[in-house]
Design a protein around this ligand. Structure first.
Ligand code: PEP
Ligand code: MG
Length: 593
């Protein structure tokens, strides 16, 4: 279908699939997250800058083309019916990014009117859309659609010309399904879970930081559902199944009834799981495990309390630094940590110092970023590396945590350790901060809280027996461990078959880490997303994990899984899995195949 053809599209039921992120059924109208308001100033440019400004336009156009071509290749994985629906639309967009009237018009405006590319694209798109709408003839709906297509492609170019930091979720009607092309972790942190029935995005993977955030919200969510945004107009009715990773647009009455039945069934099984809250987490032969919660955002505290978690095994402190223009000072941080420690009422809280970098962006930290753009931020100044380059950041955070530790049991954790020297350097700073606070008679805990490390790089796992001499505890972060070991981004899309924490290589690194921790007599936990997958629980137990930390709403399911197995079976399972050649064989083993 060419953009000029105007037959109205029938509202057929369409199915999409993506990464299952957070279980649950969501039913509601789709609302696309409002893009940040594009404030395009009608900036004049100097004649001498015409070439440079036109080059900026060409770059944005070529980036837009790349995005759409990527989308088109990804479409191959969609059900055929959905492909026929969306493919022509993308072709139309790609056509408009060629030597189209829109692009030619924008170039001329830069040259003749001496205005910025942003203003030129905006003006040209408005002029063309208005011209289409003033035409007369029978097919009004078709004209409206064509005008919208022009504006849509202009928005894509403008988005690539101007990078806007914040997204606005406040105008979305409550009960809707929030749809976005992609969400950054900082966007996810802004979402009020009670306002939405669910979340869908066209891009993003299962273990990226955005996914971690969304799981924390406990909302049904499906990420990386290619093509869904092109098919969903505002208000389109949708069903999302966050467990199966399925989205149905324009559901038939039958699909709707089936989804409602599943919703009711889920409520029943949640009630059954809630009854497990007080039950002990132990195998059938009474080997106990410790189930703790991960905390991304403070509003999760009540949910964590209800989940039956025994403390917080990983508090990601990034939220304190996100969505603000200046860095939080020691007092601000102290109050946040103290409130959480007090709310946990004597249960331990493991606070991880800032793990900035890679896919986590913190605007307030812009001045601490390396001078030159990193070719690969995931392999650059991230986590403890960044903090040790800017020790004042670490000192402020450690001081705030130490003061909070006077209010309840706290452990401190270092992210992204790759080298023994990083732990030693952190200890030096930690000692210094402790002594400084003591000197000033600041209220502190009687003994210094334990300082442990994340094992989330292959280097750390392989050197675990050396690192154990310097760490009070280990926490295995399988999200990054998988990414760095398999050289596969943790946000890779469904079906990529590249990122998989069940690969035996990862299982071996987990096992070696447990062996090293046991030999050094230090505690070891597992706090990556793998900890929340009940099908993996017996295997992880068999590898020696006795402490799991996960988003609170996964605890009942993992507890149920532990209570259903005996330890001997788990040990056998792990021994077999370690010898298997790939993740598929491990999955088959876990499924009993
Ligand atoms: C991990 O990498 O597994 C982890 C728990 O840390 P994060 O997801 O915050 O990187
Ligand atoms: Mg990590």
């Amino acid at each position: 279908m060419k953009p000029t053809e105007t037959t109205p599209r029938p509202r057929r039921e369409l199915k999409f699939s993506g990464h299952p992120i957070a279980p649950g059924i969501g039913i509601g109208p789709v609302y696309e997250a409002a893009e940040p308001v594009l404030t395009i100033t009608h900036k004049k440019i100097a004649a001498a800058d015409i070439a440079a400004e036109t080059a900026r336009l060409e770059d944005a156009i070529s980036l837009s083309r790349k995005q759409l071509i990527k989308l088109k290749t990804k479409l191959a994985s969609l059900p055929e019916q959905s492909q026929t629906e969306i493919d022509p639309l993308i072709d139309a967009y790609l056509h408009m990014l060629g030597n189209s009237r829109l692009v030619r018009g924008a170039r001329l405006r830069i040259r003749d009117k001496l205005i910025s590319p942003e203003a030129a694209v905006m003006e040209e798109a408005d002029a063309q859309a208005d011209a289409i709408l003033t035409l007369t003839g029978p097919d009004k709906a078709g004209r409206v659609r064509r005008a919208e297509e022009v504006r849509e492609i202009a928005r894509r170019i403008l988005r690539n010309l101007t990078r806007l930091p914040f997204r606005n979720f406040t105008n979305i009607k409550s009960g809707s399904i929030l749809a976005a092309e992609s969400l950054r972790p900082a966007d996810a942190a802004l979402i009020q879970p009670t306002n939405f029935a669910g979340i869908i995005t066209a891009e993003g993977g299962a273990d990226g930081h955005t996914a971690v955030m969304l799981r924390a919200l406990g909302l049904p969510a499906v990420l990386g559902a290619t093509g869904v945004l092109e098919a969903a107009k505002p208000g389109t009715m949708a069903i999302i199944d966050g467990e199966a990773g399925e989205i149905i647009l324009n559901p038939t009455a039958r699909s709707l009834a089936a989804a409602q039945a599943r919703l009711a069934e889920r409520a029943r099984s949640l009630r059954a799981l809630a009854r497990l809250q007080k039950a002990s987490a132990e195998t059938t032969d009474h080997v106990p495990v410790d189930l703790q919660a991960n905390l991304e955002l403070p509003f999760e505290i009540p949910m964590i309390a209800e989940s039956g978690a025994h403390g917080i095994g990983l508090m990601r402190s990034e939220f304190i630094f996100m969505n603000r223009e200046t860095l939080p000072d020691e007092d601000t941080q102290f109050q946040i940590y103290r409130d959480i420690v007090e709310a946990m009422d004597g249960d331990p809280v493991t606070i991880r110092v800032l793990d900035w970098g890679s896919d986590k962006e913190v605007e307030a930290l812009a001045e601490y970023t390396p001078d030159t753009a990193e070719a690969n931020p995931a392999l650059g100044l991230r986590g403890i590396r960044l903090l040790l380059r800017n020790p004042e950041l670490l000192e402020t955070q450690l001081a705030a945590i130490l003061r909070a530790a006077a209010h309840g049991p706290v452990r401190i954790m270092i992210p992204m350790v790759g080298f023994q020297s990083e732990i030693i350097a952190t200890w030096e700073i930690y000692d210094r901060v402790w002594r400084r606070l003591k000197r000033r008679n600041i209220r502190l805990p009687e003994t210094r809280p334990p300082l442990g490390i994340m094992i989330e790089t292959p280097a750390a796992a392989l050197a675990a027996r050396h690192l154990a001499k310097h760490a009070d505890f280990f926490a295995i972060g399988t999200n990054d461990l998988t990414m760095y070991t398999l050289a596969a981004d943790r946000s890779l899309p469904v079906g990529s078959k590249l990122y998989d924490p069940l690969e035996p290589t990862i299982l071996r690194l987990i096992y070696e880490t447990v062996v090293a921790a046991t030999a050094a007599k230090i505690p070891v936990s597992l706090c990556g997303e793998l900890a929340s997958r009940p099908e993996a629980t017996p295997l992880l137990f068999g590898l020696g994990i006795r402490q799991f930390s996960m988003h609170g709403n996964a605890i009942p399911r993992v507890k149920k899984a532990i209570r259903a197995v005996n330890s001997k079976h788990c040990l056998q399972l792990a021994a077999t899995a370690l010898e298997l050649p790939d993740a598929d064989s491990v999955r088959a083993l876990l499924a009993g195949g």
